[in-house]
Design a protein around this ligand. Structure first.
Ligand SMILES: C[S@@+](CC[C@H](N)C(=O)[O-])C[C@H]1O[C@@H](n2cnc3c(N)ncnc32)[C@H](O)[C@@H]1O
Length: 340
């Protein structure tokens, strides 16, 4: 029974780890936000979201062993599984390395951030750290933000805030903060996803200042956004969010899944706040979404929009070669800067 003893000792040790404490803390915030969702005008999750949440409700009672490798659970958000990156799949490394090189060629300043190995981070390692589909997607967006001039706004002395609508498991927030530390990163998403992003970011930035919607004295604390590194707001709070200085906004692979009304609520709301730039990397509409006109149509109703060209390949496409780009369709991922 040596294995049993070893596992039990490991569980005991991990139960006392900072990561497990972060999990318990963030979970308590998420419980509160979930209750707030029921009390909001939406009255809680739709049937569709209830099914999604049910799919990972076991994570509300996760053992310390699962918490130790929590990144593996993020496939619930972006579909990427660690299994695909185990060493027996190393024959698949070359397309990832090629894609990385193609992106690096158009990266003017060195924006690459590999996947963090902590909490079960995974990916292929071809000498640049861990790399998976999400890593390269975030890299592509950082390059687009640089090319569009958005990143340069964050490089001065003054601290700015960036709001990611649909912040998922927090992977882009991690990369962004690695490159731009003097910024307040605001995650807006459906409450249960904050279990992923809140936990992940707390583990990776243990000394950073965090603010969660609904925590003690929240209404006062939110007035001083600049005091925080990461702020977590449930989607239903967005209409009440009235910062003194509007954030820059970003959305990737998320507007495409919403209804026209939801996207319009965000874009109009940001315009009304005085937000100068919304960066979008989305399909104009997801294949399975019949409730959205198109992302670019909604953006252009409120802002002038410009397409930003990063690379002749979809973020999901590891195989195509330079110069091979069929004419774009409504179902292609495209980068747009709305505003200026
Ligand atoms: C496919 S995931 C993408 C996550 C992240 N942007 C990324 O690219 O890794 C879509 C995200 O949009 C979020 N989302 C869906 N409806 C939303 C809404 N009404 N408001 C805010 N976020 C929403 C989902 O919860 C999820 O985190």
């Amino acid at each position: 029974m040596v294995f049993k003893v070893e596992i039990e000792a490991q569980i005991m040790r991990l139960r006392g780890s900072p990561a497990y404490q972060h999990y318990l803390d963030v979970r308590a915030h998420v419980f509160r936000m979930m209750d707030g969702w029921r009390d909001s005008p939406e009255g809680g999750p739709s049937a569709y979201w209830q099914e999604e949440i049910d799919g990972f409700s076991y994570l509300f009672d996760a053992s310390p062993l699962i918490i130790d490798r929590f990144r593996e659970q993020c496939y619930h958000i972006t579909g990427i599984k660690s299994y695909e990156y185990r060493s027996h799949h190393s024959h698949k490394v070359a397309p990832f390395e090629n894609k990385y090189k193609r992106l690096a060629e158009v990266d003017p300043v060195g924006l690459f951030v590999p996947e963090a190995p902590e909490q079960g981070g995974f990916g292929f390692d071809f000498g640049k750290g861990l790399v998976n589909v999400d890593t390269l997607k975030f890299y592509e967006v950082l390059i687009g933000l640089e090319k569009s001039g958005v990143l340069s706004r964050f490089r001065g002395e003054a601290r700015h805030s960036i709001m990611e609508i649909g912040s998922g498991w927090g992977g882009f927030a991690y990369q962004f903060k690695q490159k731009i530390s003097n910024a307040t990163y605001i995650c807006v998403d459906l409450p249960p996803t904050m279990l992923f992003s809140g936990f992940y970011l707390k583990c990776l930035f243990p000394d950073a200042a965090f603010l969660f919607y609904g925590e003690e004295d929240f209404d006062n604390k939110i007035k001083n956004l600049e005091a925080f590194d990461f702020v977590f707001l449930p989607h239903y709070y967005f209409p009440d969010f009235k910062p003194e200085k509007a954030p820059t906004a970003i959305n990737m692979v998320s507007f495409q899944e919403m209804t026209t009304g939801q996207v319009e609520g965000y874009v109009r709301g940001l315009r009304d706040l005085g937000c100068q730039a919304i960066y979008s990397m989305n399909r104009d509409r997801s294949k399975h979404n019949s409730e959205l006109s198109t992302v670019s149509e909604v953006l252009s109703k409120y802002y002038p929009i410009n397409e930003i060209h990063v690379i002749d390949a979809q973020y999901t496409d590891m195989k195509s070669k330079k110069g091979e780009r069929p004419p774009p369709t409504i179902f292609d991922y495209r980068h747009f800067l709305a505003g200026n």
